[in-house]
Design a protein around this ligand. Structure first.
Ligand code: 5GP
Length: 130
């Protein structure tokens, strides 16, 4: 059965898309630690990051770096944190989180955004992806 992220990649479930290339997809986390919290995923459905080949891993990181630079350019924050953690969805995902404080890195504190706010922030970040 496809993961929820595969369904998002295939457009079967809506998302606030940030960027896409042949092998990767980036979209806003629906339950963000902070506004702009983005997930970068490989299109190939792999559960654990260490099961990617070295080449796939490096290309996912290069894609995530591009997205992180776009977040840094468009979301007010001290810096953009990166985390590969969590047990919920068995499909590799890199969390990119705008950090104002370490509270944003804990996955305990969540921000509530309206659909309009999600849409606006997605457009702002995606407009900065080079
Ligand atoms: P983890 O596996 O990292 O513990 O959790 C998966 C992450 O994906 C969580 O941060 C959660 O908010 C996010 N997530 C789960 N389901 C969806 C979804 O349907 N859409 C989006 N955009 N994010 C999701």
């Amino acid at each position: 059965m496809p993961t929820i992220f595969t369904k998002i990649i295939n457009g079967e479930i809506p998302s606030y898309k940030i960027a896409e290339d042949k092998d990767h997809f980036a979209f806003l986390d629906i339950n963000p630690n902070a506004a702009g919290h983005t997930l970068c995923v490989p299109k190939r459905e792999v559960d654990k990051i260490w099961d990617l080949s070295e080449e796939e891993y490096l290309r996912l990181m290069a894609f995530s770096r591009k997205v992180a630079l776009a977040i840094e350019a468009s979301v007010p924050c001290e810096r953009v944190g990166i985390s590969v953690i969590g047990l919920e969805v068995p499909h590799v995902h890199v969390h990119l989180i705008p950090l104002q404080s370490m509270k944003n890195a804990t996955f305990q504190h969540k921000e509530k955004l309206t659909p309009e706010e999600f849409q606006k922030i997605a457009e702002t970040i995606s407009g900065q992806v080079k």
